[in-house]
Write a protein that binds this ligand. Structure first.
Ligand code: CA
Length: 232
């Protein structure tokens, strides 16, 4: 069972999906708030202050993309998009608008719950007053004060750009980061479309940090979308 006080707002209009989500989340101890259209979704986010939002895109009134945009004007709570739209363009758009993650329907309970755990953990971590100077994901560790990187306690030397890219990923474990988001963070807004930079640097990082760079355990590709630092 998970933290009983975590409240999840589910914005979804299909009765079968509503039932699936309600049952899976309640069984795990989450409190569920439900909205079956976009406007109620936005309203309930304000009135109920949920810890996380599960958001369908195809809603009867306004599109889930617009709900994401509206929520991000004032809220930084995690948003996980759940949608039958599996196109790369849709994923990229939702993530660029500020969604934290994207699950394509149909998906299993296990994956849904894992993504929720990661998103909630990240949000709690991000809300801490004093940022932890050290970040750890599995065998990977970074000391942000001393700018030192370790794999299973072995120190690894990274170039400044490799280090910046790696720390952006380490600060967002489990979250899909689009090419655009990573390029803007590491190289600046003028480089937002230079995806070849990312490919080159990701190959280098995998060679330095992964046991088997061809089958990365941590630095995984989200095809056509971006990268994710796998947290579990
Ligand atoms: Ca729908």
């Amino acid at each position: 069972m998970t933290d009983v006080h975590v409240r999840i707002l589910v914005v979804e209009d299909e009765p079968q999906m509503q039932k699936f989500l309600r049952t899976s989340l309640a069984a795990e101890g989450y409190r569920v708030i439900e909205a079956d259209n976009g406007r109620d979704g936005i309203d309930f986010a304000r009135t109920h202050n949920p810890d996380l939002v599960l958001l369908d895109l195809g809603l009867p009134d306004i599109d889930g993309m617009d709900v994401t945009k509206a929520l991000r004007e004032w809220s930084n709570k995690p948003i996980i998009v759940i949608s039958a739209r599996g196109r790369e363009d849709d994923k990229i758009r939702a993530l660029d608008l500020g969604a934290d993650d994207y699950l394509t329907k149909p998906f299993g309970t296990g994956e849904l719950l894992a993504r929720i755990r990661v998103a909630v953990r990240r949000a709690v971590h991000a809300g801490q007053e004093r940022p932890d100077p050290e970040l750890t994901v599995g065998e990977l560790r970074v000391d942000l004060d001393k700018r030192r990187v370790f794999v299973a306690d072995r120190e690894i030397h990274l170039t400044p750009n490799e280090y910046r890219l790696f720390t952006v990923l380490m600060k967002n474990p489990g979250k899909v980061l689009t090419h655009r988001q990573l390029l803007k963070e590491v190289w600046g807004p003028a480089y937002a479309t230079q995806t070849q930079y990312l490919r080159v640097y990701m190959v280098q990082l995998r060679h330095k940090l992964e046991r088997d760079p061809a089958r990365p355990r941590y630095l995984v590709t989200e095809p056509g979308v971006g990268y994710r630092l796998k947290a579990e």
